[in-house]
Design a protein around this ligand. Sequence first.
Ligand code: SAJ
Length: 434
Amino acid sequence: MLFKKVCILGLGYIGLPTASMFASNGLQVLGVDINPTILETLHKGAIHIHEPGLREAVANAVSSGNLQVAAQPQAADAFIIAVPTPFFEHDLGEYQGQTYKKADMRAVTSAAESILPHLRRGNLVVLESTSPPRTTTNLLVPILERSGLKAGVDFYVAYSPERVLPGQIMRELVENARVIGGLTRESAAAGRDLYATFVTGAIHLTDATTAEMVKLMENTYRDVNVAIANEFSRLAERFGVDVWEAIRLASLHPRVKILSPGPGVGGHCVSVDPWFFVESAPDLSKLILKARQVNDAQPGFVIELVKKALGSLAGKKIAALGLAYKPNVDDLRESPAVEVVHLLQAEGAVVKAYEPFKLQPGLAGIDAVSSFEEAVRDADALLLLVNHDQFRQVDPAKLAGMTRARILIDTVNAWDELEFDDQHGFQLYRLGVS
Ligand code: SAJ
């Protein structure tokens, strides 16, 4: 199939890079977003998200005339839905006394409805947003068929998940292998023709529900594997073992590769996607739910470790090092480090947080300072929450001169016991070590 004009709904971390890719490969692209501030920013030639290489790509696409933006879709050959699918914060589901989070699919619903007036025979509609299994067939298709056209017969429908890593989106979008699941074989083939415009990685065709599951399985697999590592850290503390040493030795086995424990699992993917399985089939997702609960409880175990080091936390001054959800990124979404800071404050601790990748995180109730020195100077203890390179490389001798604190608490195995303990009078407490 030949595509000349494509309409992309949702100009976020996925939609905007995708729009610029199609445009720079010669297609006419209409980027659609309901947020007027985003449209205004793009009109000015700027962008609203931080992603290396994206600003130049968007600027080129706009100046070539191939990329336009608007608040509403128009007629096109293909429509791609790349809107957010978060979960509801307060509207929880319940199964046998256990609560679970439910996906908020309102953005997908309204994006699909906005396509309706423009849907024509021969069009292709692709859903990219991470979604619960069967969303394409049970939510998207019924909306689109309100047009009077029949999905898979009069127009094509496909689901294609995105698996790019923030920070490397512009490269991974092109080079990563892509899975395209069609409502019919012809739909999948139409999807392949569309993405082959810029994807150089292998394109694998399957059915829509398989493609939905693939995405959820990847991130659920990771979540469950971090959960077992976190549980091992608790067991090691109980049995007087250093979990990091035990993991290193166990991972020498040719068929064992244990991930790293830490303060918990965050980000907008791994800590979110498993809930889509739990919501869709709570009776069959018991391990997945348990893993979510284990990882969500991990910040509480960090608090226990801090109490072991400091006793009562009331009035204690703590420097929290790192707020991001993982090392060397500026993303704070669902970050366990932020949760730890809130829990410390609830115990009466006075926390100064320092996040080198986001000096002004703008988080209500969190006192974020703009330098390492300021965070540590008057602290009673330093709590390392994110394994950023610059924290791992801190020099113990210099650190000793920068802070009056001699208690260090390391939740990510960044600091070496011998180096810190023996020579500079620090007392190092580590997660997963009794
Ligand atoms: N984490 C640990 N221990 C580990 C590994 C990770 O505690 O050994 C924690 C991290 O600190 C973080 C969370 O898990 O809080 C998630 O981080 P991550 O690096 O596992 O994943 P994300 O969320 O940055 O990106 C994932 C990736 N998926 C997989 O690795 C299966 C990425 O490829 C996807 O594109 C992305 O989700 C997505 O968009 O779905």
